[in-house]
Design a protein around this ligand. Structure first.
Ligand code: CDP
Length: 229
């Protein structure tokens, strides 16, 4: 029997971290689809907690109750939809208000800890592409490829503005830019799992490139990496 037959298969992970509105979600989903891998939108978990807390009148500051609440949530992702306790909440969790709430609940170590096993459970064959803030640093430190995806705050605010306008939602560019900067600061300065580029992550700056170029960069880096191992 060869050594390989004795070693359990650990599905590979591509970790894609970066600030708000950097295009992580879109790029991660396209990379996952191209490779036939699973996809984890870890930000959605923090958004779901913020929404559930709001529905249950639990303050986004109440660390102990938030961590308890997580244990009671039934979260499902299916066909691009998000379900909380069997109710479709896709649109609700994507709101700017809940995005802000997500970054408030995300500062609490007890809550982050309560979400670790759930995130690990997405690591399934043939592989996983995971997006968030701490995929490379905390949740999947052994990821085969780590990408830190970013763009200037102005470019990101402009992208978010256009996304909202395309959905016919009222949007104020200056307010979006301000919220985004506030969220960046909160995500970068928290003590537990702050938003930071892992030392072994590749930097992908997308201010002057499009989605297709970013996807090609990740896939090429991954395939080059696989060849050299
Ligand atoms: O869509 P956007 O990039 O604005 O946000 P998101 O990825 O949905 O994440 C929402 C919030 O959850 C972020 O501002 C972070 O504070 C938090 N988050 C986190 O702390 N850790 C993660 N792995 C993912 C998100």
């Amino acid at each position: 029997m060869s050594a390989n037959q004795n070693t359990p298969f650990t599905p590979p992970v591509i970790a894609i971290d970066g600030p708000s509105a950097s295009g992580k979600g879109t790029i991660t989903q396209l990379v996952a689809a191209q490779l036939g891998y699973h996809y984890l939108d870890s930000g959605a978990l923090y958004r779901i907690v913020a929404l559930a807390a709001k529905n249950n009148n639990i303050s986004w500051n109440n660390e102990a109750l938030l961590a308890e609440l997580v244990e009671q949530l039934d979260i499902k992702f299916s066909d691009n939809e998000i379900y909380l306790n069997n109710n479709k909440v896709t649109e609700k969790v994507r709101s700017e208000e809940i995005g802000g709430g997500a970054s408030e609940v995300a500062i609490h170590p007890a809550l982050r800890k309560a979400l670790v096993d759930l995130q690990h459970s997405f690591r399934q064959a043939p592989g996983l592409v995971a997006d968030g803030r701490d995929m490379a640093t905390v949740i999947f430190p052994d990821a085969k490829l780590k990408i830190f995806l970013t763009a200037t705050a102005e470019v990101r605010a402009d992208r978010r503005y256009k996304q909202l306008a395309a959905k016919n939602k009222s949007a104020d560019y200056q307010k979006i830019l301000e919220d985004l900067r506030q969220r960046d600061t909160r995500d970068q300065q928290r003590s537990d799992a702050p938003l930071v580029q892992a030392p072994d992550a590749l930097l992908l700056e997308t201010s002057n490139s499009n989605i297709a170029e970013a996807v090609a960069f990740v896939i090429n880096a991954y395939l080059a990496n696989a060849k050299s191992n």
